[in-house]
Design a protein around this ligand. Structure first.
Ligand code: ADP
Ligand code: ZN
Ligand code: ZN
Length: 742
C-alpha cells in the first residue's frame, strides 16, 4: 500500500455542489488502512458533521495549504470497499449518462454493508418417487393444483430452494406444512453457501445442436480462441433454441476458468428457466432477484468476488456482480426497456455490459425474438455479429393472427369494445373450457385525442409525434412546445366523435360480464398489483384455472406460459402508436408480437385478434404477419429520416423546480448554452409530458447529434454551470437516447 499523506474523497451526498473529490489528511493511526476504494468517515462542511465517503485517489500533494485540511476520522470496515475496476466503471457511467459520482458509485455497488448471515432454506424430498407418484394421482383427483405443481417439481428435482417455491410455484405455507408432517419433504436450513442450490444430479445429457445453433456456438468459441471479443446478436423467436445456445457458450466460458453473467428481465425469470440452469450448472449458479434479503445479496457478492460463483442470473442489477474473470455477459430479451435505469444515472445495461466486457476481455451475447431497433441497426452496420434462429424446436406452430378494423365495426353499428369476430371466438373458447387473455394497450394514453370514426390523431408538424391535450383545451407537443387548439371536428373526416380515449381494464371486465355472464375474470393492472407479490398471485390463480379470462395491461404479455390460453385479444392495439415518443412504433410492434406469442403455447394452436383503428400501420401489419425484418426496414428508415436514435444520438434534459419562473429561466439559459454548440439540432424548451408533479414544475429540451461524444461534452458544460450556482431550487436530469420522453 502507498504511504501517501493525502486522500481524495467523494462524499456520500448526491448533489452537484459537492460532486468533486475533497482532499483529507490520512492520520498516522489510519496509515496502511486507507487505500483507493476504501470507505471512510470524514468531518464535512462548517459544522464538521461526520459524513461517509469513498477514497478515489491517494496523493503526495494537496492544492490547499495543509493547515486548512481536515483529517479522516475513521475507516468504515463494515462497508464494502470498491475495487479499482468498480471505481473506473462508476466514472464511466457518470461521464456517459450524467449523474453525481456519488450516485454512480451506488449504482455499481448495490450491496453496501457487510451483514450477518441469514439462513437459507431448501425443500428436500424425503419420500420415494413411488410415493410422490401416488400423491400426484391423489392431487389430480382432488384438484389440488398448487400441491400438484410442487409434487411435479419434486419428482424432477430432489432439492429446490424454498424461495423459488414461494415466489415462482405459488405454494402456500399450509400445503408445505402438511407435506412436512407427512414426512414427504423436509426443510433444510444452512448458514454457508447461501443462495446456492445443491443439485445432486447435474444433467450431463445435451441435445445435439441444430445447424443454426451450432454455427453460433462455434463462431463464439473460435473468436474466443483467437482472443476476439465481440458483441453477438441472436435473433430467434421463442422456442428457437436461444437458451440452449446461451448455455453452451457459458459451458465453454467455464471450461476456460472464467465466469458468466446472464441477464433476464425479472418478469421472465420463470421457475422452468431457473431450474434448467441449476440442472446444467448445479451449485455454480446463483440467482439474484428482488426477493433476496440484504444478507443473501451480501453473500452473493462476497462469494462472487472470491470466484465461487460460476454463473449469476438476474435482472439489470446482476450486471454489477463482482466476478474476478468475466468471460461472457448474456442479455436475454435484450429489447426490454427494463434494461435501462429509470433513475439517475440512467444507464443502459446493454451498453454498460459492453463496457464491462471491454474492460475484462469478455464477449457479449444479446438475444431476442424482437431485437431492439438499436441493436439490429448495429448488427446491420457490422458493429454486432448477427445470427438468426429461424425454426421453432418445440414443434407447436405459431398462432394465427388476424387484424380487425374497428372503424368497420363502428360503421356496421357495433359500439362494443369487442369486435364481432372477437366475441365469436370468446364464446367458442368459453364453451370449450379454454382460456382467454384480453390485453389492453394503455401505453401512451396520456391525453392523446383520436377520432372514433376514422382513427385520426393530431400530430406535431415538426416532430412527427402526437400532441397531448392539456386541461386548458390546448394540444401541445412535448418535444418542441408547438401548440394548437383542440379541433371540434376531426380534421380528416369531419366527424364530431373526436375525443380523448377512455377505457380501463375495469370497463373491459364489465363488458365481459355483460356479454358472458358466466365467464370468470381476473384483472391485472397497476391497481390490482400494488402489493409485492400480487402479480405472481394473480398469474398463479389464472394458471390454476380459477378464471377463464385474464384482462390486463402490458404486464400480462410477458414471461409466463399458459398452456390453456388459445385466444388472445388485443384491444385498441394502436394506442401506443400515438404517444409522444419516437419509439412508439417499436414499442407497439414488440407488444403486439409478445401478446401474439401468448396464444397456443400448449398442444392446441392459438388464435390472436388485433383490434385496431390503423390496420394499415406498418407496426400492426408486420406484427400480424410476424415479420420482424419488414418492420425493421420501415422503422429504421423513419429513424434515419428524422435523425432519431440509433441513426443519431439524443440527449434529453429535464429541469424540475417548485418555482415555475425559475425553472423556465434556467431551462432557457441551458438551451441557449446548448445552441452555442449545436444551433439547429436543439429542440425546445417545452413543458414536459407531465408539466407538474406534486407542485414541482417540469421543463425539457433535447439535442440530437450523430456524435455521442459531443452530447457528453455539452452535458459536462451544463454540469459545470450547475455546480457554480448559488441557489439550488432547480434539479436537472439527463437522459441519453431516452426510452421514454420526459
Ligand atoms: P428459446 O430460448 O429460444 O425460447 P430454448 O433454448 O428454450 O429456446 O429451446 C426451446 C425448447 O427446445 C426447449 O425445450 C429446449 O430444451 C429444446 N431444445 C433446444 N435446443 C434443442 C436441440 N438442439 N435439440 C432438441 N431440443 C432442443
Ligand atoms: Zn413538436
Ligand atoms: Zn375522423
Amino acid at each position: 500500500m502507498d504511504n501517501k499523506p493525502f486522500a481524495k474523497i467523494i462524499i456520500d451526498i448526491s448533489h452537484e455542489a459537492v460532486d468533486r473529490p475533497f482532499t483529507y489528511i490520512i492520520p498516522d493511526a489510519l496509515k496502511g488502512l486507507v487505500d483507493v476504494g476504501t470507505r471512510v468517515e470524514v468531518p464535512f462542511g462548517r459544522g464538521n458533521n461526520l459524513k461517509k465517503g469513498v477514497v478515489v485517489e491517494l496523493s503526495d500533494r494537496s492544492e490547499l495549504p495543509v493547515d486548512r485540511l481536515k483529517e479522516i476520522s475513521s475507516v468504515s470496515d463494515k462497508d464494502i470497499s470498491f475495487t479499482d475496476s468498480r471505481l473506473k466503471l462508476a466514472a464511466w457511467i457518470k461521464r456517459n449518462y450524467g449523474s453525481t459520482m456519488s450516485a454512480a458509485l451506488k449504482t455499481v455497488l448495490p450491496v453496501k454493508r457487510k451483514i450477518e448471515p441469514s439462513l437459507k432454506k431448501t425443500i428436500v424430498r424425503l419420500a420415494d418417487i413411488e410415493v410422490i407418484d401416488r400423491l400426484i394421482d391423489e392431487s389430480i383427483r382432488k384438484k389440488s393444483v398448487a400441491r400438484l405443481r410442487l409434487l411435479y417439481a419434486l419428482k424432477e428435482e430432489p432439492e429446490i430452494p424454498k424461495s423459488l417455491v414461494d415466489s415462482k410455484l405459488h405454494v402456500s405455507a399450509a400445503t408445505i406444512n402438511k407435506l412436512i408432517e407427512g414426512r414427504i419433504i423436509e426443510i433444510k436450513e444452512e448458514r454457508l453457501l447461501r443462495n446456492r442450490v445443491h443439485t445432486r444430479n447435474i444433467d450431463s445429457t445435451r441435445p445435439v445442436l441444430s445447424d443454426e445453433q451450432a454455427r453460433i456456438a462455434d463462431c463464439v468459441r473460435k473468436d474466443m480462441d483467437e482472443g476476439i471479443h465481440e458483441t453477438y446478436l441472436i435473433h430467434g423467436i421463442t422456442g428457437s433454441g436461444k437458451t440452449e445456445v446461451y448455455m453452451r457458450i457459458i459451458e465453454d466460458v467455464l471450461s476456460r476458468g472464467k465466469q458468466a453473467i446472464m441477464l433476464i428481465p425479472e418478469i421472465a425469470l420463470t421457475y422452468q428457466t431457473l431450474m434448467r440452469f441449476y440442472r446444467r450448472f448445479g451449485d455454480g449458479v446463483s440467482v439474484m432477484n428482488s426477493t433476496l434479503s440484504q444478507g443473501e445479496k451480501y453473500d452473493l457478492y462476497e462469494q462472487a468476488s472470491k470466484g465461487l460463483v460460476d454463473v449469476v442470473i438476474g435482472p439489470r442489477s446482476a450486471l454489477f456482480t463482482p466476478m474476478p474473470d468475466i468471460g461472457v455477459i448474456i442479455i436475454d430479451e435484450e429489447h426490454e426497456s427494463s434494461y435501462k435505469s429509470e433513475t439517475m444515472p440512467r444507464f443502459h445495461a446493454r451498453e454498460t455490459a459492453i463496457e464491462i466486457a471491454r474492460e475484462h476481455g469478455a464477449s457479449v451475447v444479446l438475444g431476442s425474438a424482437t431485437p431492439s431497433i438499436d441493436s439490429y441497426y448495429k448488427a446491420m452496420n457490422g458493429e454486432y455479429k448477427l445470427f438468426t434462429l429461424s425454426k421453432r424446436l418445440t414443434g407447436n406452430t405459431l398462432p394465427q393472427v388476424t387484424a380487425v378494423d374497428l372503424r368497420e365495426e363502428l360503421k356496421s353499428g357495433n359500439r362494443s369494445i369487442f369486435s364481432r369476430k372477437l366475441q365469436e371466438l370468446m364464446a367458442d373458447r368459453l364453451d370449450n373450457n379454454q382460456q382467454i387473455m384480453l390485453f389492453l394497450n394503455r401505453r401512451g394514453l396520456a391525453g392523446f385525442v383520436s377520432c372514433r370514426e376514422c382513427g385520426f390523431v393530431v400530430k406535431c408538424p415538426h416532430c412527427d409525434v402526437s400532441l397531448s391535450l392539456h386541461m386548458n383545451g390546448k394540444m401541445v407537443c412535448h418535444y418542441c412546445g408547438y401548440t394548437e387548439d383542440k379541433p371540434a371536428r376531426c380534421p380528416s373526416c369531419n366527424s364530431k366523435y373526436i375525443a380523448q380515449f377512455k377505457a380501463g381494464t375495469e370497463g373491459v371486465e364489465q363488458e365481459v360480464h355483460k356479454i358472458f355472464p358466466k365467464a370468470r375474470t381476473l384483472r391485472m393492472d397497476a391497481d390490482t398489483t400494488t402489493e409485492k407479490d400480487s402479480y405472481e398471485k394473480i398469474l398463479g390463480k389464472f394458471l390454476d384455472h380459477e378464471a377463464d379470462v385474464l384482462i390486463g395491461t402490458q404486464m400480462i404479455v410477458k414471461g409466463h406460459d399458459f398452456k390453456d390460453v388459445t385466444l388472445v385479444g388485443v384491444l385498441a392495439a394502436d394506442m401506443s402508436l400515438f404517444q409522444s415518443d419516437y419509439r412508439a412504433a417499436e414499442k407497439t410492434f414488440q407488444l403486439l408480437t409478445q401478446a401474439a406469442g401468448r396464444a397456443g403455447r400448449g398442444d392446441i394452436p392459438g388464435e390472436v385478434i388485433i383490434q385496431t383503428y390503423k390496420p394499415d400501420h406498418y407496426a400492426v401489419v408486420h406484427a400480424a404477419n410476424q415479420d420482424y425484418e419488414g418492420f425493421y426496414n420501415e422503422e429504421s428508415s423513419y429513424r434515419e429520416l428524422m435523425d432519431y436514435p440509433p441513426a443519431a444520438h439524443m440527449l434529453s434534459v429535464l429541469v424540475t423546480s417548485p418555482d415555475e419562473e425559475g425553472g423556465q429561466r434556467l431551462t432557457e439559459h441551458l438551451v441557449s448554452l446548448a445552441k452555442e454548440n449545436f444551433e439547429s439540432s436543439v429542440f425546445g424548451p417545452a413543458k414536459a409530458a407531465i408539466g407538474k408533479i406534486k407542485d414541482i414544475y417540469r421543463f425539457t429540451f433535447y439535442i440530437k447529434d450523430p456524435d455521442y461524444g459531443k452530447l457528453v461534452e455539452i452535458k459536462d458544460r451544463i454540469e459545470g454551470v450547475l455546480s457554480e450556482r448559488t441557489s439550488f431550487t432547480e434539479t436537472v436530469f439527463f437522459d441519453f437516447d431516452p426510452m421514454n420522453v420526459f
